[in-house]
Design a protein around this ligand. Structure first.
Ligand SMILES: [Zn+2]
Ligand SMILES: [Zn+2]
Ligand SMILES: [Zn+2]
Length: 167
C-alpha cells in the first residue's frame, strides 16, 4: 500500500487493477466494452471516490465518449462484480483495492483530503455486529463499515502546519 502521499496511485498499480477487473468480468461472462474499460481506467487512477458525473467528465477529458446513464449502469455492474464500492458517506464510487469477493471490509474515509483506504475487517467485528442484530429479525448479508477521520498523511500535514505557524 502506498504510504507516501494521499491519492497517488502508481501507474503499474492502476494497470494491475484494470487487468484484474477485465479478468473478473470475463469470468463472469460480461463483455469488455470500451465504455466499461474507460470507467475502470478512471476508477483505477484515484483513491478518492468519484460521482458518476465526475467519471463521465474524466472519460470525456481522455477523449472517450460516454453518457451519465451508461456510467451508472457500468458502476452498478462493477459494484455487483465486487470491483468497485459505493462509499455512502461521500456518495462516490471507488475501485476495490483488495482481492475479497464478499463482504467484510471497512473503508477509512479522510475528511481532509477525501482519500479512502480499504481494509479487511476482522471476523470478530462482523460477528459482534451480527450478535448485536440478534433479536431484531434483520438478516445481514454484507457487513461494510465506513470510518470517518483523518488519514496519516493529513495528520502529518496538520502537524507540519502547526510547526510552521509556531516558527
Ligand atoms: Zn491520505
Ligand atoms: Zn473491495
Ligand atoms: Zn487525508
Amino acid at each position: 500500500m502506498d504510504r507516501l502521499a494521499c491519492n497517488v496511485v502508481a501507474p503499474e498499480e492502476a494497470e494491475a487493477f484494470v487487468l484484474r477487473a477485465v479478468e473478473r468480468l470475463k469470468q463472469l461472462g460480461m463483455r469488455i466494452t470500451e465504455p466499461r474499460r474507460m470507467v475502470l481506467k478512471v476508477l483505477a487512477t484515484t483513491r478518492k471516490p468519484l460521482g458518476a458525473y465526475q467519471i463521465r467528465d474524466r472519460v470525456l477529458e481522455s477523449g472517450g465518449r460516454i453518457d451519465v446513464a451508461s456510467v451508472y449502469r457500468i458502476l452498478a455492474s462493477l459494484v455487483e462484480s465486487h470491483l468497485a464500492h459505493h462509499i455512502g458517506a461521500v456518495d462516490g464510487y471507488l475501485a476495490c483495492s483488495s482481492p475479497h469477493v464478499e463482504g467484510e471490509i471497512q473503508h477509512l474515509i479522510c475528511e481532509d483530503c477525501g482519500c479512502v483506504e480499504e481494509l479487511s475487517m476482522p471476523s470478530s467485528v462482523s460477528r459482534a455486529i451480527d450478535a448485536a442484530l440478534g433479536g431484531t429479525g434483520f438478516e445481514s448479508r454484507v457487513t461494510r463499515v465506513e470510518v470517518q477521520g483523518v488519514c496519516d498523511h493529513c495528520q502529518s500535514a496538520r502537524a507540519q502546519g502547526r510547526k510552521t505557524r509556531q516558527n
